[in-house]
Write a protein that binds this ligand. Structure first.
Ligand SMILES: [Zn+2]
Ligand SMILES: [Zn+2]
Length: 246
């Protein structure tokens, strides 16, 4: 069994510890065919100092590294945030074309699009998860599901990162839509919230998965052992796009 590529990594452009080049070098040392540099989009607390110019600077750096290293493919992506029930992501429309891929996920440390979205998404999820206001869980799930389903209609999202962390949505509904749209669900190595139970509950749906390191430093590139175990235990390892089972 072999990891082909790492689809989810961060750098020192946000709160990661390593440079883009160090991440690429680590991926080469570990024998990967490719690495995706997927920095947080700008509504994330740790990316609030970033702007369109900075993302372009990252793209230029990746272009430079593509010339320097011909033994690895380097893709430029972003991990955008679901910030509204209307499906908005925190990427300006004019920036979309600079990326090779867009990943999207919910994050606690993230500014929502409007005060209404703050109430429906962030505050509601906080009340349900931290303060155990169970009676709000269905309503919270409804709003989060709206945000994801609408975003899947509006954008070409390659992967939903760490599904079911903090913000829970209707996993079956989202998985069905992902199957239609060719969007992958991540089995995240750090936040293993898409657990065996969840995966087994959607196994009959023809959706694909990827294991993601979510590495924030060079040592963690390609570290997907826990995620692979979950895929094996759930019986979906043959549907993990970045693992070769031969
Ligand atoms: Zn994330
Ligand atoms: Zn991440």
């Amino acid at each position: 069994m072999k990891l082909l590529y790492d689809i989810h990594t961060h750098t020192n452009y946000s709160h990661g510890k390593s440079t883009i080049e160090q991440m690429v070098q680590s991926a080469r040392e570990k024998g990967l065919e490719a690495i995706y540099i997927t920095e947080h989009a700008m509504n994330h607390h740790y990316a609030k100092h970033l702007n369109s110019e900075k993302y372009l600077e990252m793209k230029c750096e990746i272009e430079r590294l593509r010339q320097k290293y011909d033994d690895i493919k380097i893709f430029f992506g972003t991990e955008a945030n679901f910030i509204s029930t209307d499906g908005s992501l925190d990427i300006p429309d004019s920036d979309i074309e600079i990326y090779d891929v867009i990943l999207a996920g919910f994050h606690v440390m993230c500014r929502m699009k409007s005060f209404k979205d703050f109430l429906k998404l962030k505050l509601m999820a906080l009340l349900v998860n931290k303060l155990k206001f169970g009676f709000l869980s269905k309503l919270s799930e409804k709003y989060c599901t709206q945000a994801v389903m609408n975003a899947l209609d509006r954008y070409d999202i390659r992967m939903i990162t760490h599904p079911m962390s903090n913000y829970r949505f209707d996993l079956r509904k989202v998985a069905e839509k992902c199957a239609q749209k060719n969007t992958i669900l991540e089995i995240n190595n750090n936040r293993r919230l898409l657990n065996c139970e969840y995966i087994k509950s959607i196994k009959d749906i023809d959706v694909m998965f990827a294991v993601g390191s979510d590495a924030h430093n060079k040592n963690d590139v390609a570290k997907v052992d826990e995620a692979v175990l979950i895929a094996l235990e759930s019986g979906v390892i043959d549907r993990v796009v970045n693992i070769s089972v031969n």
